[in-house]
Write a protein that binds this ligand. Structure first.
Ligand SMILES: NC(=O)c1ccc[n+]([C@@H]2O[C@H](COP(=O)([O-])OP(=O)(O)OC[C@H]3O[C@@H](n4cnc5c(N)ncnc54)[C@H](OP(=O)(O)O)[C@@H]3O)[C@@H](O)[C@H]2O)c1
Length: 290
């Protein structure tokens, strides 16, 4: 497969590049090399590279920034995606985009399936849902991967300047205890697993559509944090705190677990979230981060 990867330096992009290059030709570009909000260069680069698949690892995804700068959120998460999908449709290219649990309002209180009704509560979720809609209406070969709680690499997410696991490790260096929300539930995934499953979906030539991809199960952020301290043997006590959803000025779904039965039904192996976490912590140990 010839893949054009956008956002090669991102948390997800780095893992797609590492794993994808083993069996495919991957032309990987940073934002400096291709800024997809520039519609003209996006068209020129895709024409020049001639990929069978475009994987879009970019996104404007810091939730509070999206609330403060909605034009930027929609510019990248929706309109750039509309342009990208349009170009891919013209050339019969499969386009893969990463979306989010935050397209849901959290009221289901059970893991969300792909067909559940979306109802985003904040600008980030709205811009990503609008991105899903334009991708699928412009390109009949679009694949949307909704994911949640991604962690990977030594630096984590570029936009978030880290990830939750790295944050807990850093906090343990100068604090004895840390309050973490107990009322907010999510799913999580090791970026390496996310890259593996993304590439498996492509090699299985799955139908265009939406796929939920996380490590199986869900937990409160407090339980996730506590599990990190136990696996990594950190001298930090997690204090579960019910903040009644009031800790942030931005509304987020209190239940954001994703159901992975669709990808399992097509033969994709999905690890429990605890196993994905153990593997990431082993990786961090191997890199002397712990
Ligand atoms: N992280 C999560 O927990 C999570 C959960 C659900 C969904 N997602 C989705 O997954 C995607 C990526 O997440 P991530 O954690 O890998 O993010 P990340 O580490 O911030 O990576 C995003 C990458 O996109 C690049 N980029 C930003 N604007 C661009 C543009 N206009 N044109 C081309 N490239 C651009 C960035 O370039 P620079 O390196 O120059 O900054 C960065 O390398 C996003 O769409 C996000 O909404 C993430």
């Amino acid at each position: 497969m010839k893949i054009l990867l956008i956002g090669k330096n991102g948390q997800i992009g780095r893992e797609i590049l590492k794993l994808g290059s083993k069996k495919n030709t991957v032309v990987a570009l940073s934002k400096k090399e291709l800024d997809i909000t520039n519609w003209k260069s996006t068209r020129e680069v895709i024409t020049e590279v001639g990929p069978e698949v475009v994987i879009n690892g970019s996104g404007y995804h810091v939730v509070s920034d999206c609330e403060n700068f909605p034009d930027k959120a929609f510019e990248l998460n929706t309109f750039a995606l509309k342009n990208l999908s349009d170009i891919c449709a013209e050339r019969k290219i499969t386009v893969v985009n990463f979306s989010t649990d935050k397209v849901f309002d959290g009221k289901k209180n059970k893991p969300y399936k792909e067909k559940d009704e979306a109802n985003p509560l904040q600008v980030y979720g709205m811009s990503k849902l609008a991105g899903e809609i334009v991708a699928h209406s412009y390109c009949d070969k679009a694949i949307t991967i909704r994911t949640c709680g991604v962690y990977g690499g030594l630096e984590g997410s570029r936009a978030k300047k880290g990830n939750f696991v790295l944050m807990i490790i850093n906090e343990s260096k100068n604090k004895k205890s840390l309050e973490i929300s107990s009322e907010q539930f999510a799913s999580f995934i090791n970026a390496e697993d996310l890259a593996r499953i993304t590439l498996e979906l492509l090699s299985k030539k799955v139908d265009s559509g939406i796929y939920h991809v996380v490590n199986e199960g869900y937990a409160s952020w407090a339980e996730f944090g506590d599990t990190i301290t136990k696996i990594a043997n950190l001298p930090l006590t997690v204090v579960p705190k019910d903040r009644l959803g009031s800790f942030s000025s931005v509304k987020i779904p209190l239940f954001a677990g994703l159901d992975v039965s669709k990808i399992k039904s097509i033969g994709i192996k999905v690890k429990p979230w605890q196993d994905g976490l153990k593997e990431y912590i082993s990786f961090l140990r191997s890199q002397n981060v712990l």
